[in-house]
Design a protein around this ligand. Sequence first.
Ligand code: AMP
Length: 197
Amino acid sequence: MRLILLGPPGAGKGTQAQRLTEKYGIPQLSTGDMLREAVARQTEIGKKAQAVMDAGQLVSDDIVVGIVADRIEQPDARKGFVLDGFPRTLAQAEALERMLESRNLAIDAVIEFKVDEERLVARIEKRARETEAAGRPVRKDDTPEVFRRRLVEFRALTAAVAPFYRERGRSHQIDGMASIDEVTAAIEGILREAAAA
Ligand code: AMP
């Protein structure tokens, strides 16, 4: 099963991706995690991406598409994957389409998280406070100011990705402000329908 979780930062995609990973035994491919790892290891890509990420802007399509192309070749991604945080631009969506077509593969479902942005900002502030209280480092891009910039970036670029999949009849909307369990149940309902179709 190949899935895409689509929605703004802080919408809960990562949490749901982890649950899907456990339930279906397919890896979560989070471009944000992969880029953070590259930054931590100070690879060439990490060095290029660091400042852009800290500012809440998008890393170039070439870099991100290259990372995903390599990752889906790994043995654990053969039976499927959950893409979390990719594609984030129309160019990335088109590149993914070509990447999969050339391997005779397709996306089974795109789950679109619908959210209330003001409540998202409150959610991210809470996440930062809790992380700090637990003595863990807060992500530089999880401060309210940078988070708002990430939302602007989302509206400017990523919002165009949803129509791309809607036009292809693959997109399903869910209420991203519902509880974690309710969102999981909604996603499972969509996947059952997709499997039956
Ligand atoms: P995330 O953890 O998904 O919120 O991603 C954190 C940051 O990594 C983003 O704000 C971007 O700077 C970068 N990033 C992650 N995925 C992508 C992507 N698909 N395209 C461009 N930049 C990305």
